[in-house]
Ligand binder design. Structure first.
Ligand code: ATP
Ligand code: MG
Length: 307
C-alpha cells in the first residue's frame, strides 16, 4: 500500500457530523491502520518533527491556539500517546491538564468552570487529559455523581444530557470563534485489549502504580460507557470541534494517528513567523553591523597588542 498522507489518516477517523455515527464503524484494531506497521517508525518520527516546527510557528505568530482533548477508558493509552506525540515540543508553549474526580470547590461551580480557567493562551497548545466530557460519560454511567453536583433540583430533568450536549457545543463554538482550534480524541480500545493491559500491569511490579482497583470497577460498566461515548460523539461532533475516534488496540498506531491529526490541523492554519516591519528591520540591520564591527575592532586591538 502507498504510504498515506497525514491528511488521509486524519480524515479517516474524523467525525465532523455525528448524526449517523456508530461506534461499531471503527474497529479498535482497524486493519488499514495495522497494515502501516512497516512504516510506523518513520511516520511517527516525521509527525513529531513536523509538529515541533509547526508549534514554533504557532507560538511565534501568537494568534491561534490549539486545544486537544483526550478521552478514553483506562489503559487505552492516553498518557503514553500524549508523551510520545508531544516529545519534540517546546514545553514553553504547551500545557497538559489532567481532570480527575472534582474537588468540593469544583463541585460548587458550573461544570465548565475548572476547564475554562486553564484554556490555552494564544500561540499555545493545551492538552486536556480527560475534560468536561466526563460530565456526559462517567456522570451518566454513575448517576449518583449527579446527585453530588449541588444543582437546584428543578434543573435536573430527563433532558439533562441533551442540555449538556447543547451547552458543550455552544461553549466550543464560542472558543472556536475566539481562535481556539479544538480537536477531540477518543482512544477506542477493545475490552479484550484492556484486559490484556490490566494483566500486564499486574504482572510487572514497576507497573503496579498504574493499576487502580477502581479501574476494574469501571470495566464492569464497559458496555454502558461505550453507549455513553457513542451518544456523546453523536451529539458533539461538529464542524468547529470534531471528534476523532482513534483505534487504540495498537499503541504504535494510536500515536501515529494522533500525531497525523494534530499536524494536519495545525498545517491548515498556516502558522508563519511574523516578519518585522520595515522600521524594525532597519534597526536590526544597524544592530547587526554594530555587532560585526565589535569583532573587527577586537581583532584589530589584539593585532595591535601582538606587535
Ligand atoms: P491514569 O489512570 O492513567 O493515571 P486517569 O485519567 O484514569 O489516569 P485516575 O485518577 O485514575 O486518572 O481517574 C480519574 C477519574 O476521575 C476517572 O475515573 C474519571 O472518570 C473521574 N472523573 C473525571 N472527571 C470527573 C467528573 N467531572 N465527575 C466525576 N468523575 C470524574
Ligand atoms: Mg485511571
Amino acid at each position: 500500500m502507498k504510504t498515506p498522507s497525514f491528511a488521509d489518516i486524519a480524515s479517516r477517523y474524523r467525525i465532523s457530523n455525528g448524526t449517523r455515527f456508530r461506534l461499531a464503524d471503527i474497529e479498535p484494531a482497524d486493519p488499514w491502520g495495522v497494515s502501516l506497521k512497516g512504516t510506523a517508525e518513520d511516520l511517527l518520527s516525521d509527525g513529531v518533527k513536523r509538529l515541533a516546527d509547526l508549534q514554533e510557528r504557532l507560538y511565534a505568530q501568537d494568534r491561534w491556539s490549539v486545544l486537544l482533548i483526550f478521552q478514553a477508558m483506562d489503559a487505552a493509552g492516553k498518557d503514553g500517546t500524549i508523551k510520545h506525540v508531544m516529545s519534540g515540543i517546546n514545553p514553553l508553549g504547551c500545557e497538559v491538564h489532567a481532570f480527575k474526580a472534582p474537588s468540593s470547590e469544583e463541585l460548587d461551580h458550573d461544570f465548565l468552570w475548572r476547564t475554562s480557567r486553564v484554556l490555552p493562551r494564544r500561540g499555545h497548545i493545551g492538552i486536556f487529559n480527560r475534560s468536561y466530557y466526563e460530565e456526559t460519560l462517567v456522570v451518566r454511567v454513575h448517576q449518583n455523581i449527579l446527585a453530588r453536583q449541588q444543582l437546584p433540583p428543578a434543573l435536573v430533568t430527563k433532558n439533562i444530557w441533551r442540555e449538556r450536549f447543547e451547552d458543550i457545543n455552544a461553549h466550543e463554538r464560542y472558543l472556536a470563534r475566539q481562535g481556539i482550534v479544538i480537536r477531540k480524541f477518543f482512544l477506542h480500545v477493545s475490552k479484550e485489549e484492556q484486559r490484556r493491559r490490566f494483566l500486564k500491569r499486574l504482572e510487572e511490579s514497576d507497573k503496579h502504580w498504574k493499576f487502580s482497583l477502581a479501574d476494574v470497577g469501571e470495566r464492569a460498566h464497559f458496555v454502558e460507557y461505550m453507549q455513553a461515548y457513542e451518544d456523546t460523539i453523536r451529539h458533539t461532533s461538529t464542524e468547529w470541534a470534531p471528534w476523532h475516534v482513534i483505534p487504540a488496540d495498537r499503541k504504535w498506531f494510536t500515536r501515529i494517528a494522533v500525531a497525523a491529526t494534530i499536524v494536519d490541523t495545525i498545517e491548515t492554519l498556516h502558522p508563519r513567523f511574523p516578519s518585522a516591519d520595515p522600521k524594525v528591520k532597519a534597526e536590526l540591520t544597524k544592530v547587526k553591523a554594530a555587532l560585526e564591527a565589535e569583532v573587527k575592532a577586537g581583532a584589530a586591538k589584539a593585532k595591535g597588542r601582538a606587535k
